[in-house]
Design a protein around this ligand. Structure first.
Ligand SMILES: [Zn+2]
Length: 380
């Protein structure tokens, strides 16, 4: 990047907000597709920042090349051969976005170095996100959150960003030693960063908005850090939210399916266990097979087992739960019992509540003592 001897005056060096300009054609290719101007506001691809798009006298600019002392504009269709004066117009949304990303990068790199000793070795501005490579490796997730917080704190201070031309032999306080001699374009974020840079930047850090860190990746000896500034940050947050939402919906669906399957399996298992219990219970003198048990709680699984048990000839079930003093009482019709009726009569006597059908009844007693008495009476 030349400064004094430039054949093309770089208008963006002095004013990043300048989008419309007039210029004179100084050189053109025979096909009229490659144009050089005496001055331009178009930023060429360099220093990790992509070229500006826009138009030259209404013709789309499809590439902008930095050829050291001149800038070449590549057009989508030929410029008329006799046209000497052109009007240039840089795409505003893209330029502003690049200014925000680039200034955000300076702030991020400065905080990484100042607070965490991490040096930025390269920068790339992509269409959706930007990355910087930092060294050495080894920033934890917690550290990254801390870095993100600190950079945002600095951006919100709305510090002025200024540009000055200083000589490499006298310049002081640069974050990174300059890789060239002579006149340098120095971009300063007041109180935070001084860097030699030819890119476009905003005038105050508040215009960057906030910065959001994204994925990290180890690339050779460096850590590659994704980041989003300005409008990109909001887009990225919406993308993450939508992704999380669709993942959650998928998980919910799978959970409901596995819940259904689990319920089906438990019902099948309870059925088998109830039948097995019946088969293994020896019949008494009247041919009854009973399942009488006091347990901590008569849960859903146990109830399902009891129902399977009760589907057999002369089966009788009395299950009491200590928690809540509950009773489940059931009998196969072959025993000629009306469970509901028996239950109701007894429960009235002992001060509990409940009832049911001839086949099955349930309820609760006031306490454990009456529960046990109740069970004894039922057995009789
Ligand atoms: Zn810069």
């Amino acid at each position: 990047m030349g400064y004094i001897n430039d054949l093309t005056e770089r208008l963006y060096y002095h004013d990043s907000y300048l989008l419309n300009f007039d210029a004179t054609v100084t050189s053109r290719s025979a096909d009229g597709l490659r144009i050089e101007l005496d001055r331009t506001a178009f930023y060429p691809s360099s220093g990790g920042q992509p070229f500006d798009t826009g138009t030259l006298s209404g013709i789309d600019v499809v590439d902008v090349l930095d050829e050291d002392d001149r800038i070449t504009h590549v057009l989508g269709s030929p410029l008329a051969p006799d046209l000497q004066a052109v009007a240039g117009s840089v795409d505003a949304a893209m330029r502003l976005d690049h200014m925000r990303q680039h200034t955000g990068q300076h702030a991020l790199s400065a905080v990484l170095e100042e607070e965490f000793g991490l040096k930025t070795v390269s920068f790339h501005m992509g269409a959706d996100y930007s990355t910087i490579d930092v060294e050495p490796l080894g920033a934890s997730a917690a550290k990254l959150l801390e870095i993100e917080r600190k950079v945002n704190e600095r951006l919100l201070q709305n510090s002025p960003v200024s540009v000055a031309f200083e000589h490499s032999s006298t310049v002081v306080g640069l974050r990174k030693a300059p890789d060239r001699e002579g006149l340098l374009r120095v971009v300063t974020i007041a109180g935070l960063d001084r860097s030699a840079c030819g890119g476009t930047h905003v005038a105050r850090t508040g215009e960057v908005g906030m910065i959001l860190l994204g994925k990290t990746e180890k690339v050779r000896q460096s850590l590659r850090l994704e980041f989003f500034c300005g409008g990109r940050l909001l887009r990225e947050l919406h993308r993450r939210f939508n992704e999380a939402e669709s993942q959650t919906a998928g998980l919910k669906e799978r959970l409901a399916e596995s819940d259904k399957a689990r319920k089906r399996f438990s019902a099948e298992l309870a059925e088998i266990a109830g039948q097995q219990r019946y088969a293994q219970s020896p019949p008494d003198a009247q041919g009854r097979r009973t399942w009488i048990e006091e347990m901590e709680v008569v849960d859903e699984d146990t109830r399902m087992q009891a129902n399977a048990f009760l589907n057999n000839e002369k089966a009788l079930v009395i299950l009491t739960g200590r928690k809540g003093a509950t009773v489940m009482f059931g009998a196969h019709p072959s025993l000629g019992l009306d469970c509901g009726k028996v239950f109701k009569a007894l429960v009235a006597e002992l001060g509990g509540k409940g009832g049911g059908s001839p086949k099955q009844a349930q309820g609760s007693l006031p306490d454990l003592e009456s529960l046990r008495l109740f069970a004894e009476k039922l057995k009789a």
